[in-house]
Design a protein around this ligand. Sequence first.
Ligand code: FCB
Length: 447
Amino acid sequence: MTTIQLPETLKWGAATASYQIEGAAHEGGRTPSIWDVFSHAPGNVKNGDTGDNACNSYHKYKEDVNHLSELGVDQYRFSISWSRVIPQGRGELNPEGIAYYRNLIQELLDHGIEPMITLYHWDLPQILQDEGGWEARETTDAFLAYAEAMFKEFGGQVKKWLTINEPWCASFLSNYLGVHAPGKTSLQAGVDVAHHLMLAHGKAVQSFRELVPDGEIGYAPNLGWLEPYSPSQEDIDACKRGMMWQKEWFMDPVFKGTYPETLIQLFAEHGASLNVEEGDLEIISQPIDLMGINYYTGSLGRYKEDGGLFQVEEVPLDERRTDIDWPIYAEGFYKALTDIHQTYGDVPIYITENGACYNHGVEDGRVYDQERIDYLKQHLTSLSRAIEAGVPIVGYIVWSLLDNFEWAEGYEKRFGIIHVNFETFERTRKDSYYWYRDTVNNHSFEV
Ligand code: FCB
């Protein structure tokens, strides 16, 4: 047995997102988001699942905060549903929506848990989608107005903020690969949406400085790792191209004020142009206080002539996969973190998501999810090595507190450390909940 010791100063947390847990889709003055419309259209989500009821956290938030409190975490990362607080997308605030989040925040503070708010975890009000959604530049101003309203409402109590969750998913996965809402399949739409999301991020950061001067703000891009399959230059270059789509495309603009030329050209070869207006990159490259990283998986990468846009084929390292079929690659977590540090310097990093899908059910009141514990141990071991290597990691936030609506995969795929029965909404703490509680409390665990 070896003890893996994490720094006493490391913040621990658990995360969720509004559409994935709240339910109450038609209550409290909320209007539909793109995910309501997308999930209700046949064929988009497995088993026809929708987020109509989700975990019913809208009504059970006190119970959820109690689970967090007994878990002993420092922070809870949750997102605000834009269409709950501003049902028309722009303009008037909805008092009921504001009250819900105000109560949640108060409940957290009363239990000594620091709230961390994500402004945009993918649920754009449908009314704005009807006007062009993120493809329309005007949506960045609607986002700014929404962000400013939230800073004014909650900035007195909430000091940790994230603008956009996983801009790669919200742009390319949703508008080019068509997997997530709004389900488009146009590269040009993907490129436009990506740029507007980053512009929206920059605008919100600018105004945050005035409205919440004592707060900290950042964003939460997702990152996988591609390790060259062989030492051949072809494989090395293929991996670089593949990584560039998630890494440089979404990080260079923030940290360097540029977009990677290689990808601009590659997109152009495929008929898509990057439309940047003067001043955009100055706005996007506003200094941020914290960098969120969402990490789940990685693979080997090998050059393949017809391997999609980037001519790269992903080859799993071995047969180990989670129940969502994502290869397990904990070493990639270490590599991704040290690589980000080397490329972008000393910005404080939060792991804003890391976790595993295993679909265990409840047996005699217990959920035996040893596989999730193993996954977390491996990834926290990589994290601890990255900290030792000098990467300025300040927090680790597990995905997820609860089993929830896993987007296009519906309710079948379970990421929670707490099991949710989606008929009764009953919560059952899994073995991983207790393991995580002990790890959080001891700042260490045994491997
Ligand atoms: C991430 C999302 C999060 C969750 C996990 C499993 O891409 O940010 O909402 O669905 O994957």
